[in-house]
Ligand binder design. Structure first.
Ligand code: SF4
Length: 279
């Protein structure tokens, strides 16, 4: 348990505690296995190609060239992480042994990934961009609490201005559902502000699902207040871990939750804690 509490908090982990504490527990403390999700893997594939794209000479960063990177990237994932087969081909029984996704399911995935890549090219021209960092890992300490995150892309101007960009393969959210996206972006801004002392000039979310870019320019007051929000959330997580109580929070998320049979809110039985609470 102390091991868990000493790990740095990521934006995903922090936000998932707000979504549902029991889901947070099963995923991050019990680490129960879940079938890899198709949408999540497609996101991973697109992210890897959009990252590798910037290794190409600027003039080669065209839709045809970048789309052409997708099959090799998929092949590499399948060779290095065989479990992604279960995300690609829903007809494969999970959990199961080593499996090959069908050719049709791979083609379907690649076709969808090509459409998303094409949408990306309607949002910006990567031939004009020169990111200073990609998949940038930053870890800082807020007092006794460590936090970290991996930022998709950072650009810097000669004057020192910073722009943070994040790719999303889904559609842009309605305003009522946008909070979790801005939570993640403010988390990144907080990480850079704490590590470099510079406040990002612009936070950008690129939604490839519907070709929408959302932008926000954070103020210092906003990031200072966000730091307090993160610390309060970290304190609530610590209190729940020490007490061993993780409340289920039924919502639309339950439809996709892998743990319905282990959830009292869904008529299931909660698993015993894998450790002894201390408070
Ligand atoms: S089924 Fe819903 S309430 Fe239960 S753990 Fe999953 S997300 Fe939480």
């Amino acid at each position: 348990m102390q091991d868990f509490l000493s790990k740095p908090l990521s934006p995903t982990r922090a936000y998932s505690f707000n979504d549902c504490q029991l889901l947070f527990r099963y995923r991050t403390i019990d680490k129960l296995p879940e079938r890899p999700g198709a949408a999540a893997f497609k996101g991973t594939l697109i992210h890897s190609v959009l990252e590798d794209m910037f290794d190409l000479p600027a003039s080669d960063r065209t839709l045809d060239t970048v789309s052409g990177l997708l099959p090799a990237a998929l092949e590499k994932f399948l060779a290095e992480e065989p479990e992604v087969a279960f995300a690609i081909d829903e007809s494969l029984e999970w959990p199961g042994g080593a499996s090959e996704p069908s050719v049709e399911s791979q083609q379907l995935l690649l076709s969808s990934a090509r459409s998303l890549t094409a949408k990306y090219f309607t949002l910006e021209d990567p031939r004009t961009l020169n990111p200073s960092e990609r998949e940038h890992h930053v870890e800082v300490e807020l007092g006794a609490q460590k936090i970290h995150g991996i930022i998709d892309r950072v650009e810097r101007t000669a004057a020192g201005d910073i722009r943070i960009s994040d790719y999303k393969t889904g559609k842009s959210p309605k305003p009522a559902w946008a909070h979790k996206y801005w939570f993640q972006m403010k988390f990144y801004a907080l990480l850079l502000w704490k590590s470099e002392g510079v406040l990002a000039r612009e936070l950008r979310l690129l939604f490839l699902g519907d070709g929408v870019v959302l932008r926000h320019s954070p103020t210092l007051e906003e990031i200072v207040s966000f730091e307090t929000e993160v610390l309060e959330l970290a304190a609530r997580i610590k209190a729940a871990v020490l007490a061993g109580t993780f409340a289920p929070k039924p919502s639309k998320l339950c439809d996709w939750c892998s743990f319905q049979k282990l959830c009292p809110a869904q008529g299931g039985i909660e698993l015993p804690l894998p450790y002894s609470p201390t408070s």
